[in-house]
Design a protein around this ligand. Structure first.
Ligand code: SF4
Ligand code: SF4
Ligand code: FES
Length: 253
């Protein structure tokens, strides 16, 4: 469905007047907030608000979304100072003194307006060895996985990450150290360390143990508090810390 048609499915009649919405406009480090009057509608999400502005008021507004149902992770922005999936955030829940402020995700460079540049976020996944290294080939028989094993349960507990970068935006360690790999990449590394089908646990533990790795986490738990999927990257990072310390002797440290 065309974006505009999707918006038109919503009731267009304002049922409680308008609200003031401040939206970040600009490119790179240069920009400012611009205010819009937006109709208040029933069951309106922050993504609906951004879409209304772009479709009815200023077509040059740049932002990103895809699924509108909390599956793709592409619509994350700062809403009244907090990182959120905008498609799953209802205006009613977050309006402060009748107003809303929407900005691009914190801790990432800005491409334009509300679209953050995710390059460094995904580069850090690769740096943390967040990539699966199979221990088998296509020709090998498929072996059953024991879902009851401790390792599988730890992997499964952390696996539902959709790469939205909400936790990355919430993390003060990322703000103070741009080399820090961040909660999402480390959470992913932990799922793979516990995945018995993967063959690169040692290499991965090395990758996450150096400067900017798991030991730079201060365990503030902001990542856990803001993750919309209710994951706990702090616990995953604690696991990496334990495993990397256990294995210091392997590497002659
Ligand atoms: S851990 Fe949660 S907040 Fe972080 S990227 Fe994954 S889904 Fe998003
Ligand atoms: S627990 Fe660690 S990764 Fe999570 S927000 Fe705090 S410093 Fe960042
Ligand atoms: S648009 Fe896909 S998660 Fe919000």
């Amino acid at each position: 469905m065309h974006i505009r048609e999707a918006w038109k499915d919503e009731p267009l009649v304002s049922n409680s007047g308008t609200m003031k919405v401040s939206v970040w406009r600009g490119q790179g480090d240069v920009g400012q907030f611009e205010e819009f009057d937006v109709p208040v509608l029933d069951n309106q999400t922050i993504l609906d608000v951004v879409s209304w502005i772009q479709q009815e008021s200023d077509p040059t507004l740049t932002y990103r979304f895809a699924c509108r149902v909390g599956m793709c992770g592409s619509c994350a922005m700062m809403v009244n100072g907090k990182p959120r999936w905008t498609c799953r955030t209802h205006v009613k829940k977050v309006r402060k003194d009748g107003a809303i402020e929407i900005a691009p995700l914190r801790n990432l460079p800005v491409i334009k307006d509300l679209a953050a540049d995710m390059t460094e976020f995904f580069d850090k996944w690769v740096k943390a060895e967040g990539v699966f290294h199979p221990s088998k080939t296509r020709e090998d028989p498929i072996e059953p996985i024991n879902h009851e094993s401790n390792a599988r349960q730890q992997a499964s507990a952390a696996i539902e990450c959709i790469n939205c970068a909400v936790c990355y935006a919430a993390c003060d360690s990322v703000s103070s150290n741009s080399d820090y790999l961040g909660p999402a990449a480390l959470n992913r590394a932990w799922t793979l360390v516990n995945d018995e089908r993967d063959s690169a646990a040692e290499q991965r533990l090395k990758a996450v143990s150096g400067d900017g790795g798991c030991h730079s986490c201060h365990s503030h738990q902001s990542c856990m508090n803001y993750c919309p999927n209710e994951l706990n990257p702090t616990a995953s990072i604690a696991g990496l810390k334990r495993e990397s310390v256990k294995n210091l002797s392997w590497w002659g440290w």
